[in-house]
Each structure stands twice: as C-alpha cells, then as structure tokens.
Design a protein around this ligand. Structure first.
Ligand code: SAM
Length: 236
C-alpha cells in the first residue's frame, strides 16, 4: 500500500487525512525502517508493508474512537495501534505500554522526532500497571499480544465503566469460547465482532469489542502466572 492508496482506503474508515498527518506518518515510517536495521522491532521491512500492515491496520478501529479522551495500548511494540491513533487523533491522550525496554526507548526517540505531545510511555508489565490504574481509560487496545482470555483479565480492570476493550486479532473463534467466562466474571460483554479482510493482501482480521458494564472485583488482574495457569470459570 503506497501513500496514495492509504489516503483512498482511509476514506472507507471515515478518515480524511490532512497533509500534516500524512507527513508525520511518513516520518514515522522512515524512522522505524531505519531503526529496524540495527534493532529488531518489526518483521516488516518495506514501506508498503508498513503502510498496510501497521498504519492502515491500526486505523481499522477508528469507528470506536468518537468522544474518546483516554486510550491505553497494551503491548504496543513499535507503536501499533496506539502511536498511529495518537497521530490521527491528537485530541486523544494515548498511553503506550510495553514490557520491552528496547521498544520503549524507540518510542521515546520517535516522540521527539514527531514532536507530538499527546502520548505517555510506560515501561512495565500490564498486570503490574493495572493494579494502580483501575477504571482510568475510555478505550484499551491490544494487537498481537496474547490470547483473548488473558488480554481480557489484563485490560478490563483498566477500563472506566462503559469503556471498551478492542482486541485486534486474526481468526479467533476458539479464543472467544475460551474467553466467555472471563468476560462474564469481569462484568463485561462482547458488543461487536468486526470481521474483515485487510485490503490488497486479503488476509483475515477480526476486531473484537468488549464493553465493561460494571466494576471488576478488585482482585483482578491476578499475577500473570495465575492468569496463565488458572483460567476463570463461572460457577454454574
Ligand atoms: N502491538 C504491537 C504490534 O501489533 O505490532 C506489538 C506486538 S508484539 C508481538 C507483542 C508485544 O507485547 C511485545 O512488545 C511484548 O513486549 C509486549 N507484551 C507482552 N506481554 C506483555 C505484558 N504482560 N505487559 C506489557 N507488554 C507485554
């Protein structure tokens, strides 16, 4: 996907991108590909791949971002989807969280290169961060980080009531069945499964949107070891 394709495809997502934001994306792409030559951040090594699989894909959740003030991206890596959203939506304060210091260092430098001010960085594990930041965010996102059941226990306590967690996935039917009890126990429900194909390469995508209906018990999220080994099961 080249820059002109991106402009065209973003119209389908209701985004009329300005020249200024396009220039920021181009700077992001150049900086990422250059940095990636010496520090492994992404398997995608060409500009067209970055535009399609990182920039466009990150913006497929655009329809859930109206009237949003605060967004957290768990396991953001080199900034996907959170940094792209911060560029397109300067009115949203975006927090990018990752447990890999090399990725946070890259993001620190990227923020300076882009000169954007609506992004905070957190280096650490989500289950630790969640303990002191409950009910803080309107939206939590996560792409390609863990199975849905695990992500739900990490993400849902961080949401305000009525906030939405958007899990960006490939094909995940079995993950939804596995996550149902966790979602119930955390007083939340699936409100949308947006199934679509990424343009040009036609690969499968699914954005699952889970809304928090009520507060989660304060004991969640549990330690990571427990989350992995003891899935939450609803008593009959
Ligand atoms: N979201 C980015 C993307 O789609 O390109 C990066 C995906 S990468 C495969 C997964 C990232 O999640 C890694 O950078 C890893 O350090 C981070 N991660 C995994 N578990 C985490 C946790 N419990 N807390 C914070 N970060 C985590």
């Amino acid at each position: 996907m080249n820059k002109n394709d991106l402009i065209k495809y973003l119209e389908n997502l209701n985004i009329n991108i300005t020249n200024e934001k396009l220039q920021l994306l181009q700077k992001y792409c150049d900086f990422l590909l250059d940095y990636n030559k010496t520090t492994n951040l992404t398997a995608i090594k060409d500009e067209e791949g970055v535009y399609l699989k990182h920039f466009y894909d990150s913006l497929t959740i655009n329809k859930y971002l109206d009237n949003v003030n605060t967004l957290l991206d768990i396991g953001t890596g080199a900034g996907f989807p959170g940094m792209v959203i911060a560029i397109i939506h300067p009115e949203i304060h975006v927090t990018l969280l990752d447990s890999n210091n090399k990725k946070i260092k890259f993001l620190e430098e990227l923020i300076k290169v882009l000169g954007i001010t609506n992004v905070s960085l957190v280096y650490g594990r989500c289950e630790t961060y969640a303990k002191d930041n409950k009910e803080k965010f309107d939206i939590v996102t996560s792409r390609a980080v863990a199975r849905l059941r695990i992500l739900c226990e990490l993400a849902l306590p961080l949401l305000k009531i009525n906030g939405k967690f958007i899990a960006m996935k490939g094909n995940i039917t079995d993950e939804i069945n596995e996550a149902n009890d966790t979602i119930n126990i955390l007083n939340s429900k699936i409100i949308e499964q947006d199934i679509f194909k990424l343009p040009i390469e036609n690969s499968n995508r699914e954005n699952v949107v889970i809304q928090k209906i009520n507060s989660c018990d304060d004991k969640y999220p549990r330690d990571y070891d427990k989350i992995i080994k003891k899935p939450l099961v609803k008593k009959q």
